[in-house]
Design a protein around this ligand. Structure first.
Ligand code: NAD
Ligand code: LMR
Length: 365
């Protein structure tokens, strides 16, 4: 299945994902980039590791997890591509795995089960992202950080707050990976309109939850000719596509394979930007001021040597899309506040606990 997908990339649209090539398809030059995957033994981590191993822009691939990473690394290391693979298991190996990485991709954390929302994952996953990003700040402060862990809308603000407190925040370098929403939008529109999915591009903006995922069909290329009703049905399906997979997997997890594909596509775009390629555009949920009164939003971005080179903004929307944005904003604001507040509370508790070790001054009575 994977071979035929790659063959398609190569034959139909060779420039779309130039880094993704098997040995015999090798046309792109080797580059010496180091990518670290944190949460590499999981449902997303393993197929993502494989897709990165066959990426010719990567010379070093480090895989970190709390469990099973050595086996995953040994397995991947037998693939006949140049990237050198190394596994790291356990918290004391985290910094070593990240050291000098150009890109850190984070799929670590719990996935949903049927009946849960992404927000229900916040309590478990917030601390995972906080601890991993804190280590990135200390060991690879110039790395581009791509976060997959849910809930994306709230954990990206946590990541930025952690970096800010360590005086290492460069908002051009922190990304919430929302590519799967675009991949789904392209696939669903293509199957409806009969156009090849390789040719379709539907911008998706906002965030990553049913209320905040906003497909922008009015700017899809090639021009999408579907009725207003169909646009409504498609929009609903894209917003709820994650739940569609969670239900189908019946308690065994959420999207892993399509997500690994989406993260590999996103990482490849980051790599192409780092390699100096011009006009690399990919959407992501980032710290942003393109929408009034909201500090994080997903929009198309031009990527370059330092991450975001230019935020292309929301662009022109039709009435239906404007309404979707209007409805998304309060939800997004709440999610962002949850992330920022939790980080401040954590920081305060941490500092306060430190202070408690010292003698507390009491006013003389
Ligand atoms: N952004 C998106 O579009 C998108 C899509 C799909 C899934 N997700 C999210 O991705 C996350 C991972 O999903 P999955 O299906 O791979 O889950 P999984 O349970 O299969 O894998 C998670 C992995 O993370 C590891 N892990 C947990 N805590 C860790 C820590 N502190 N340090 C290092 N590794 C740690 C686990 O050991 C496990 O191997 C979930 O939060 C899920 O909701 C996001
Ligand atoms: O839906 C989920 O929980 C995983 C992911 O966010 C998705 O969109 O598939």
């Amino acid at each position: 299945m994977i071979i035929s997908a790659f063959t398609k990339f190569r034959t139909s649209k060779p420039t779309q994902i130039p880094g993704l090539c098997f040995r015999t398809f090798n046309t792109s030059p080797q580059n010496n980039f180091h990518v670290a995957v944190l949460g590499a033994s999981g449902g997303i981590g393993q197929p993502l590791g494989m897709l990165l191993k066959v990426n010719r822009l990567i010379s070093k691939l480090t895989l970190y997890d709390l469990q099973h990473t050595m086996g995953v690394a040994a397995d991947l290391s037998h693939i006949e591509t140049p990237a050198k693979v190394k596994g790291f298991v356990g918290k004391d190996k985290l910094c070593e795995a990240i050291e000098c990485a150009n890109i850190v991709v984070i799929p670590a954390g719990l996935p949903r089960k049927p009946g849960m929302t992404r927000d229900d994952l916040f309590n478990k996953n917030a601390s995972v992202v906080r601890d991993l990003v804190a280590c990135v700040a200390d060991t690879a402060p110039k790395a581009l950080i791509g976060i997959i862990t849910n809930p994306i809308n709230a954990v990206i603000p946590i990541a930025c707050e952690v970096l800010k407190k360590k005086c290492k925040l460069d908002p051009r370098r922190v990304f919430g990976i929302t590519t799967l929403d675009i991949v789904r939008a392209n696939t669903f529109v293509a199957s409806l309109s009969g156009v090849s999915p390789l040719e379709v591009n539907v911008p998706v903006i906002g965030g990553h939850s049913p209320e905040t995922i906003i497909p922008v069909f009015s700017r899809a290329t090639p021009g999408v000719k579907v009725s207003e009703d169909k646009v409504k049905t498609l929009t609903k399906r894209i917003k709820e596509a994650g739940t569609e997979v969670v239900k189908a997997k019946a308690g065994t997890g959420s999207a892993t394979l399509s997500m690994a594909y989406a993260a590999a596509r996103f990482t490849n775009s980051l790599l192409r930007g780092l390699a100096g390629e011009k006009n690399v555009v990919e959407s992501s949920y980032v710290q942003s001021d393109v929408v009034c009164d909201i500090s994080y939003f997903a929009t198309p971005l031009v990527l370059g040597k330092n991450g975001i080179e230019k935020n292309l903004g929301v662009g022109k929307l039709n009435k239906f899309e404007e309404d979707l944005v209007r409805k998304a904003l309060p939800v997004l604001k709440k999610n962002i506040a949850t992330g920022c507040k939790s980080e401040s509370r954590y920081w305060f508790r941490h500092t306060f606990n430190g202070l408690r070790c010292r003698k507390i001054y009491k006013f003389p009575s």
